[in-house]
Write a protein that binds this ligand. Structure first.
Ligand SMILES: *Cc1c(COP(=O)(O)O)cnc(C)c1O
Length: 345
C-alpha cells in the first residue's frame, strides 16, 4: 500500500498485561537522520529512504538501552512477588547486567550478576558501572555460557537460607514478560510516526537474544501493522535465532491478545555477525564511524555497530523506496566503547 498522508492507520492500541515498575521517561526520542541520508546520497546511493533513529539509547536510566524496557516488567514482577534479590547472568560487557544493577538500585533490590570468564584485572565499561551500582559480581572461570547455570541454581537454592527471596531474570531479560516491553515500544513508535505523518514499513535493529525483535513483531501485528522487522544477528547464527524470535513473539502475542506471528515474518540476517559475539568487526567499526560523523550519535562494537552495518547495507542495496520512512532502533550499548575490546575498535 503506497503511503497516503491523509489516511491515519486505525491502530488497535493495547496496554501491558503485567505490572510495570517505571524506570525511564517515555517516549524515547525519534530523530530524523538527514545528515546520514545526505551522506548516503553523496556516495552515490540512489534510493535513500527517510531515515529515523529511535533513540532507546537515550532512555533515562544509567546510560540507556533497550533492556530498560524489559526490566520495567521484570522488576515489576519481582517486586509484586516480594523479592529481595535479583539474579541474572551475561558476559562481562553485558548492557543487560549493567541496567539490571541500576534498576535494582532504583528498586531497593540486591543484584547478583554471574559472568562467564575470569574477573578482569581492571574494571572498564559496563563492568565498572556494575560495581558503581552496588551489584555483587561473580565469575564462573569458564568462557562457556553453560557454566553459569550451576551458579544460578546455587543462588536460587541458598539465598532463602539467609532470609532472602531471589528472583531470576533470564539472559537479556528476554522472556515473554520482558519482551512485552518491546511490543509497547513499537506501539510508542507507531504513535510517534502517526504524529509526524509517516507510515511504518521497515524497522531494523541488532538482535541478540531476540526478545526485542520478537516483542516488536508481536506488537506490530497486534496493532494491525504489517511492517517488517529486520534483525541483524550479533550473538548467534541467524537460523537458530529465528527460531527463538518466533517462539518469544508468539508468547508475547498470547500475552497481549494479538494474532499469531508467522515464521515467514521473522527476518534475521546473519551476515554482520563477523567473528562472533563480542568480537568487533571491520564493517561494524566503519558503521560506528559513519553514524558518529554524520549524526554525532554513538553506536557500540558488540551490538549496534554491527546492527547499523546491516542497516546501511540494506539501504545501499537499493531495496528501500525513496518515498518510505525506515527506522533503525538504537538499542544502546555505548559503554562498551570504553572497554578493552580487541581491534578494529
Ligand atoms: C541486548 C542488546 C541488543 C539485543 O537485544 P535482544 O533483545 O537481546 O535481541 C541490542 N543492542 C544492545 C545495545 C543490547 O544491549
Amino acid at each position: 500500500m503506497p503511503y497516503d498522508p491523509n489516511v491515519t492507520p486505525a491502530y488497535q492500541t493495547f496496554e501491558s498485561p503485567y505490572p510495570r515498575f517505571a524506570l525511564a521517561a517515555l517516549p524515547s526520542p525519534l530523530d530524523r537522520a538527514e545528515r546520514l541520508e545526505h551522506s548516503l546520497r553523496a556516495e552515490g546511493c540512489a534510493r535513500v529512504p527517510r531515515i529515523y533513529l529511535k533513540r532507546d539509547d537515550l532512555l533515562s536510566l544509567a546510560l540507556g538501552g533497550n533492556k530498560i524496557r524489559n526490566l520495567e516488567f521484570l522488576i515489576g514482577h519481582a517486586l509484586a512477588q516480594g523479592a529481595t534479590d535479583i539474579i541474572t547472568a551475561g558476559r562481562v560487557q553485558s548492557n543487560h547486567c549493567r541496567l539490571t544493577a541500576a534498576a535494582c538500585a532504583r528498586a531497593g533490590l540486591r543484584a547478583h550478576l554471574i559472568f562467564t570468564g575470569a574477573r578482569p584485572a581492571i574494571a572498564m565499561g559496563n563492568y565498572l558501572l556494575d560495581g558503581l551500582f552496588g551489584a555483587k559480581t561473580y565469575f564462573t572461570g569458564s568462557d562457556d555460557r553453560t557454566s553459569r547455570a550451576p551458579w544460578i541454581d546455587l543462588f536460587i537454592e541458598s539465598l532463602p537460607d539467609f532470609g532472602r527471596r531471589p528472583y531470576l531474570i533470564p539472559v537479556g531479560g528476554s522472556d515473554a514478560r520482558g519482551a512485552v516491553g518491546h511490543a509497547l515500544a513499537v506501539q510508542e513508535l507507531a504513535l510517534q510516526f502517526d504524529a509526524i505523518g509517516e507510515r511504518l514499513t521497515t524497522i531494523a535493529l541488532a538482535t541478540a537474544t531476540g526478545g526485542t525483535q520478537a516483542g516488536m513483531l508481536a506488537g506490530l501485528r497486534k496493532l494491525g501493522s504489517d511492517a517488517c522487522v529486520r534483525g541483524f544477528a550479533v550473538a548467534k547464527a541467524a537460523d537458530d535465532l529465528a527460531i527463538d524470535v518466533l517462539a518469544i513473539a508468539n508468547e508475547v502475542a498470547a500475552a497481549i491478545g494479538g494474532p499469531a506471528v508467522m515464521a515467514r515474518d521473522v527476518a534475521v540476517d546473519g551476515a554482520f555477525l563477523g567473528a562472533g559475539y563480542g568480537i568487533p568487526s571491520t564493517a561494524g567499526a566503519t558503521a560506528i564511524q559513519m553514524l558518529a560523523r554524520t549524526e554525532g550519535v554513538l553506536a557500540d562494537p558488540v551490538y549496534t555497530g554491527k546492527g547499523f552495518a546491516g542497516f546501511l547495507a540494506l539501504v545501499r542495496s537499493g531495496t528501500c523506496s525513496p518515498n518510505e520512512a525506515v527506522v533503525f532502533i538504537h538499542t544502546g550499548g555505548a559503554p562498551a566503547l570504553f572497554a578493552d575490546l580487541a581491534a578494529p575498535l
